[in-house]
Write a protein that binds this ligand. Structure first.
Ligand SMILES: CC(C)=CCC/C(C)=C/CC/C(C)=C/C=C/C(C)=C/C=C/C=C(C)/C=C/C=C(C)/C=C/C=C(C)/C=C/CC(C)(C)O
Ligand code: SAM
Length: 375
């Protein structure tokens, strides 16, 4: 659509530059001219990376599905050996290994063998990441027609994959609940690490984790803060899996389980701090507003709210959260990747003050917003 407002001079200049850069003739000249050719090549390579992003992700999926990364922890191997072990043609295994080395996950040796590269080894150590990569099949099928996804209304596989997001009661297969809860709990480790490194928890007597799944976050908090009392709130079917985890962590006596829906049921009192870890981005604005308001009513004066989840870069778009998480939550149907500024605004609307948005260590893992109930 044409911009009807009178453009400022900066906008005019930017528009003129964009029209110039979009001309094939200018591009051919810029690729030769000594002062512009470096930038033209870098931009070209970067555009190509965006174009091929899906292919890289699928090559990674093949490395994970075929357990190639795990197999290489035993030491370097040739394509022929791996092909034989995985029932693949040698030439095709060579293509996969070469792609893995090109992406920096594997290392190609002079003698033609391949071993794990630093990033390939690190990937194996990220809790839950291989399971996340495996479940991307559903996400990518939803992304197959991105324009249809953007238009909305189409049924998506991810909406069915995460049934609890909708607050389902009773109707969901226990196996589905277990898969969901395990994936969440496995991928919680880095989120807990970054949240605890960002938010000082000293001074909190009693923390209530709402939508806390099977207690992975509270297990990490409990280990770091031995004197803190804790309450875990989640849907009844999800909490069924919490007892075993908390017992393994030696926390069964310190954590009160409170099965409830934060949409329909009242929240228990007694906590001087409440955490929402990867909860808000599953839900629509009206659900989030109602939850924040309920939390404000529940907390005592001086009580703190800690929100931690991947957040949009807002005014400074972020390469990961504004692409991956924004489309992921869109495909889920009800979700939305909000910026820290937007979450802060919703907290203020719910009556909170003292908003803090500390700089995230790894925005692709999580970002944090905290606030206080002062009256
Ligand atoms: C040993 C010598 C000599 C030298 C070592 C040199 C050295 C120090 C190297 C560094 C190596 C190292 C330790 C690297 C560490 C790398 C790490 C920790 C990487 C972490 C990566 C994390 C990733 C990629 C996380 C991805 C998370 C994803 C995809 C999460 C998705 C979550 C979803 C979809 C959640 C959905 C939930 C819903 C439904 C929206 O609520
Ligand atoms: C994305 S998971 C996050 C779990 C955990 N906080 C973590 O980061 O691993 C969202 C959690 O919110 C819970 N949830 C969704 N709707 C809920 C509701 N209406 N009442 C209580 N919990 C709910 C889900 O069951 C799930 O455990």
């Amino acid at each position: 659509m044409a911009d009807t407002a009178a453009p400022k001079s900066g906008m005019t200049l930017r528009g003129a530059m964009a029209r110039l850069i979009a001309r094939p003739g200018f591009q051919a000249w810029a690729a030769r001219f000594p002062l512009t050719r470096g930038m033209a090549r870098r931009d070209g390579a970067e555009i190509f990376r965006i174009v091929q992003g899906f292919v890289e992700a699928q090559a990674l999926t093949a490395l994970v599905e075929l357990d190639v990364l795990d197999r290489l922890t035993a030491g370097p191997a040739r394509a022929a050996t791996l092909a034989h072990a995985h029932g693949l043609d040698e030439e095709r295994m060579q293509i996969l290994l070469q792609a893995g080395a090109a992406m920096g996950l594997l290392k190609r040796h002079r003698d033609g063998r391949f071993s794990l590269g630093r990033k390939g080894a690190a990937l194996l150590g990220v809790p839950g990441l291989r399971q996340m990569i495996r479940h991307h099949g559903a996400f990518y099928r939803d992304m197959e027609d991105p324009v249809a996804l953007l238009r909305g209304g189409a049924e998506t596989e991810l909406a069915a994959f995460w049934p609890y997001v909708f607050g389902a009661r009773g109707a969901v297969d226990p196996e589905v609940t277990a898969t969901y809860s395990d994936l969440m709990a496995d991928s919680q480790a880095l989120v807990a690490q970054d949240t605890l490194a960002t938010v000082p928890m000293r001074g909190i007597r009693h923390l209530m984790d709402i939508g806390g799944g099977t207690g992975a976050f509270l297990s990490a908090v409990g280990r770091a803060h031995p004197g803190m009392a804790m309450t875990l709130v989640d849907l009844p079917q999800v909490l069924e899996g919490a007892g075993a985890r908390l017992s393994r962590a030696g926390l069964a006596d310190r954590v009160t389980l409170h099965p409830a829906s934060f949409r329909d049921d009242p929240l228990p009192g007694g906590a001087d701090a409440i955490s929402l870890i990867r909860v808000l981005y599953d839900h629509r604005d009206d659900t989030v507003r109602a939850l924040l308001s309920k939390i404000h009513d529940t907390l005592p004066t001086g009580g703190r709210l800690i929100i931690s989840e991947p957040m949009s870069g807002g005014a400074r778009p972020d390469r990961i959260t504004d692409v991956y998480f924004a489309f992921y939550t869109m495909a889920m149907g009800t979700g939305r990747t909000r910026s820290a500024a937007r979450i802060a605004e919703m907290c203020v609307q719910a009556g909170f003050e003292g908003i803090a948005t500390p700089r995230a260590r790894r925005p692709f893992v999580t970002s944090v917003v905290t606030c206080v109930k002062s009256v």
